[in-house]
Ligand binder design. Structure first.
Ligand code: PHE
Length: 344
């Protein structure tokens, strides 16, 4: 029996030391120490031994079991360590690999144009104001001398939400709001950029949503020549010092007199070409002297205060400046288009 135990110990230790993974080790444990394991089998035969032999063999058997158990534990630890090392190696991050380039975005072309125009007017002492895109009928129309039923409301096809609420058709309501806030006491010198909405069918030159920047200057002694000088400065700074402007009479319900401003065509320099529709001039914006009704509705005495207002479309300006042939490019957000205007 002694011999048997020694063989078991020797075999077990050898197998343990050769085991390559935890599964194998577990199988070895069962094979030797399990219920049907070889050591257990031997111990079962102890009953047949003599009284003298039993304690000797018993002690030896214990030693063998302890030896095997200790060897199993030791091997478990070392296998676990090995597994951990392998895992670390497999999951190691190769810090010498070159990094993936990070794509950096940039401001949208319209944002760039709007910010450029804002900067220009801030430099002339204007403040930048914003207002709600969902606007009341009162501020979008009535406060601008467009009472309900006024035929000129048709100039701006409107998305109505209710009878009194609509998507603003221009940024002029921000001007009405500001004048009302200043209560007819303080002068107003402001521009208001923002999104506007009109019930148009989208095509190359129309979009149901586009952008506007409007300006308003109300004070004592503001004259038409101030409007002309301001717009001339704007045109030259935005399109180039060599551009000329001209004002044509026009009609807006909130200004009297009203004008439209053209700039000279850069392509043909006044000769006439397809860009300027053979006229030598390109229409850029509308403006005029604030209508006395608009001033008095906002609490300004039209006998004391005068003012000018103007409105322009950054979409159109961007199209002219960069030769963009379709307004929808600004809103479909094709990155290949937008990327061309990213500044470093
Ligand atoms: N609000 C006008 C428009 O959207 C533009 C404009 C503004 C005209 C101010 C005159 C004065 O068409």
């Amino acid at each position: 029996m002694k011999e048997q135990l020694k063989t078991i110990q020797k075999d077990a230790l050898e197998e343990i030391s050769n085991a390559e993974d935890m599964k194998e080790l577990q199988a070895i444990k069962v094979a030797f120490l399990g219920k049907k394991g070889s050591l257990t089998q031997v111990l079962r035969g102890m009953g047949k031994l003599s009284k003298e032999e039993r304690p000797v063999i018993g002690e030896l058997a214990n030693q063998v079991r302890e030896g095997i158990t200790a060897a199993l534990e030791e091997k478990t630890t070392s296998l676990e360590k090995l597994e951990m090392e392998q895992q670390l190696q497999n999951e190691a991050i190769d810090i010498t690999l070159p990094g993936r380039p990070v794509k950096v975005g940039g401001p949208h072309l319209l944002t760039q144009i709007i910010e450029e125009i804002e900067d220009l007017f801030i430099g002339m002492g204007y403040e930048v104001r914003e207002g709600p895109e969902v606007e009341t009928d009162y501020f979008n129309f009535e406060a601008l001398n467009l009472p309900k039923g006024h035929p000129a409301r048709d100039m701006q096809d409107t998305f109505y939400i209710t009878n009194e609420l609509l998507m603003r058709t221009h940024t002029s309501p921000v001007q009405a709001r500001t004048m009302q806030e200043y209560q007819g006491i303080k002068p107003v010198k402001m521009i208001c950029p923002g999104k506007v909405y009109r019930r148009d069918t989208d095509d190359a030159t129309h979009s149901h949503q586009f952008t506007q920047i409007e300006g308003l200057y109300v004070d004592k002694n503001v004259r038409m020549s101030d409007l002309k000088g301001t717009l001339n400065t704007f045109a030259k700074k935005t399109f180039g010092e060599d551009r000329e402007i001209r004002l044509r009479p026009s009609y807006f319900p909130f200004t009297e007199p009203s004008v439209e401003m053209d700039i000279s065509c850069k392509v043909c320099r006044g000769e006439g070409c397809s860009v300027c529709k053979e006229t030598g001039w390109i229409e850029i914006l509308g403006g005029g002297m604030v209508h006395p009704n608009v001033l008095s509705m906002a609490g300004y005495d039209p006998d004391v205060y005068t003012g000018f207002a103007f409105g322009m479309g950054p979409d159109r300006i961007a199209m002219l400046k960069y030769g963009v042939e379709d307004i929808r490019h600004f809103y479909t957000n094709d990155i290949r288009f937008l990327k061309q205007f990213h500044q470093a």
